[in-house]
Design a protein around this ligand. Structure first.
Ligand SMILES: *Cc1c(COP(=O)(O)O)cnc(C)c1O
Length: 460
C-alpha cells in the first residue's frame, strides 16, 4: 500500500497534463488546484481502502468530470409524461408564455417593485397584485407571500399565537413534504384543538370546544386523500355561521385554491376561492403553483382587519415573495381576469384538452415505436394536493414487451437519460406516457426522444 501511495502523482504533475492545461485558459488557476487536490485526496482514500493507484489519465478524467458537473447545472428542464399534471417533484405548474415573459422582464432590470412612481417615495410590493386578487375573489384585502405553507404559518402566528384554533380531527392532515397541520400550528404558537373523530365531525363538536381562549375555527382542505364510507364533515357555510355567531373568524386553508369550476371539466368539485370568500372566511390561504397555475407563492385573501395584522407582523418580511415570482403571478391572474385561463395557462390547457386530441397525439408518439407501443385508455391525475380521487380520461402510450418484463424499466431509464429527459410512469411492467401532462408544443421533443430509443434498442 505504501508503494501505491508513492505512485500517486503530485498536484503539479496532474495540472501539467495537456487537458488540464487547456482548461487553465477558461478557469482560474486556484479552482483547478483545488479540484486536483480534492481528487488526489479521494485517490488516497481509495488506496487506503485497498484499491490500486489510478492512472494519471484516470485522475485527469475525474477532475475534468468534476468541472463539467459544476459548470452544467443539474437542475434542468424535463418533459412530464407521468400523467400527474401538478407533479410536485417535477416543479408543479408550468407557466404561460405571458407569465414567463413578465418574469424575464422584471428579472433583467430594475422595477418599481416598492417605489411609488407618482409620489417618488417608497411603496409596497403588494399594491401591484392586491386589486387583482380582490377583483377575482371578491375579498376586501389580499397578501402574497413565499408559499402557502408560510402563508398559513404567518396567519396563525399573527392571529392565534398563545390562543386556540379549532380544527376537525379529520382535517389535521399531512399534505406531503413534511407539511403537517399540527406541526405548523405548534410552530406558530397556536394551540390546536382537534374535535370530532377521524371520520366524523359535527357542528356541535366545534360549538362545544369554543372557549374564551379560542382565536379561530379553521378548515383544512384534505387535499390529498378522500375519506370513504361513513363520514361527516361540517359544511364550510355552517362553520362560518357558527364562527360568526361567536364573533370569531374562520380560516380556510384551501391548499390548491381554484378559481374555475372543476365540474365543468368533468372533474370532482374542488372548493373555489370565491366561494370561501363569499361564505365569510376571515382568511383564505392557497398556493400560487397548484390549480392557480402560476409560480410558487402563498396567496392570502380575506378581511382587511386581519390582513393588516399579517402585514405588520415581522414574519411577513421573512416570508415575502420575490419580485420575479410576483411578476409571474400577476401575469397569471390577468388570464383569469380576461377569462382566457383554458387557452393560456398550461395547467388548464391540459385539463381542458379534449380526449380526441390526446388520442391523436398518443398515436403519433406510439407510431415511432412500432410494435413496442400501444395506445390504451387511461386516467390523468391532477395531483399537487388537489382534487383527491379526481381524474380525467386520457390516452396513454403503453410501452413494453410481454416476453421481456425488463423492457419497460430499461426504456424508462433511457428516456430519463435523454438530453431533455422524458419522465413516464411504470405500471404492470409497462412504461406509460401520458400526452395530457405534456404541452403540444413539446411533442417534437418527445418524438425526438422516442426516435433515439428505437435506434439500438428496438426489439421486433
Ligand atoms: C399544498 C398545501 C399546502 C402547502 O402549500 P405550498 O404552497 O406547497 O407551501 C398547505 N395546505 C394544503 C391544504 C395544501 O394542499
Amino acid at each position: 500500500m505504501e508503494t501505491e501511495f508513492r505512485r500517486l502523482p503530485s498536484v503539479d504533475r496532474v495540472l501539467a497534463a495537456e487537458r488540464l492545461k487547456q482548461l487553465g485558459e477558461t478557469y482560474p488557476h486556484n479552482l483547478l488546484v483545488n479540484l486536483v487536490r480534492q481528487q488526489l485526496e479521494r485517490e488516497r482514500l481509495s488506496i487506503a481502502a485497498g484499491n490500486p493507484v489510478a492512472s494519471l489519465a484516470k485522475i485527469v478524467d475525474s477532475v475534468f468530470a468534476q468541472i463539467q458537473s459544476l459548470e452544467n447545472p443539474s437542475l434542468r428542464p424535463v418533459i412530464n409524461a407521468t400523467g400527474v399534471i401538478l407533479h410536485t417533484n417535477l416543479g408543479r405548474a408550468s407557466l404561460s408564455q405571458e407569465a414567463s415573459a413578465a418574469m424575464d422582464t422584471v428579472a433583467k432590470g430594475y422595477s418599481n417593485l416598492e417605489f411609488d412612481l407618482s409620489s417618488g417615495t417608497r411603496g409596497s410590493r403588494q399594491v401591484h397584485i392586491e386589486p387583482l386578487l380582490c377583483q377575482l375573489t371578491g375579498a376586501e384585502a389580499a397578501l402574497v407571500v413565499n408559499n402557502n405553507a408560510s402563508a398559513v404559518l404567518l396567519g396563525l402566528t399573527a392571529l392565534a399565537r398563545r390562543k386556540e384554533v379549532i380544527v376537525s380531527r379529520g382535517q389535521a392532515v399531512e399534505i406531503g413534504g413534511g407539511f403537517r397541520i399540527p406541526d405548523v400550528m405548534r410552530q406558530s404558537g397556536a394551540k390546536l384543538i382537534e374535535v370530532g373523530t377521524t371520520n366524523c365531525t359535527y357542528l356541535s363538536d366545534y360549538e362545544l370546544a369554543i372557549s374564551p381562549r379560542t382565536a379561530a375555527l379553521m378548515r383544512v382542505h384534505s387535499s390529498n386523500f378522500r375519506l370513504m364510507g361513513f363520514t361527516n364533515e361540517v359544511a364550510f357555510e355552517d362553520l362560518a355561521a357558527l364562527a360568526n355567531r361567536n364573533n370569531l373568524p374562520v380560516f380556510d386553508d384551501l391548499g390548491s385554491g381554484c378559481f374555475l369550476d372543476t365540474t365543468k371539466f368533468g372533474l370532482v368539485p374542488e372548493p373555489m376561492v370565491q366561494q370561501s370568500v363569499a361564505l365569510g372566511a376571515g382568511l383564505t390561504f392557497f398556493s400560487g403553483d397548484k390549480l392557480v397555475g402560476g409560480p410558487q407563492a402563498g396567496i392570502i385573501v380575506g378581511k382587511r382587519q386581519f390582513m393588516d395584522k399579517l402585514r405588520k407582523h415581522p414574519l411577513a418580511r421573512a416570508v415575502r415573495i420575490d419580485k420575479v415570482r410576483l411578476a409571474g403571478l400577476i401575469a397569471t391572474l390577468v388570464h383569469y381576469l380576461k377569462d382566457e385561463a383554458t387557452t393560456k395557462i398550461p395547467v388548464w390547457r391540459m385539463i381542458s384538452a379534449p380526449v380526441a386530441e390526446i388520442d391523436q397525439r398518443a398515436r403519433q408518439w406510439a407510431q415511432v415505436l412500432g410494435n413496442l407501443a400501444q395506445v390504451v385508455e387511461g386516467e390523468t391525475m391532477i395531483g399537487g394536493g388537489s382534487l383527491p380521487g379526481g381524474t380525467l380520461p386520457t390516452r396513454l402510450v403503453a410501452i413494453g414487451d410481454k416476453k421481456d418484463r425488463n423492457v419497460a424499466q430499461v426504456l424508462s431509464q433511457k428516456l430519463r437519460s435523454q438530453e431533455i429527459p422524458v419522465i413516464g410512469r411504470i405500471s404492470e411492467d409497462r412504461l406509460l406516457l401520458d400526452p395530457r401532462s405534456v404541452l403540444p408544443e413539446e411533442d417534437e421533443m418527445v418524438l425526438k426522444a422516442l426516435r433515439n430509443l428505437t435506434s439500438g434498442s428496438r426489439r421486433a
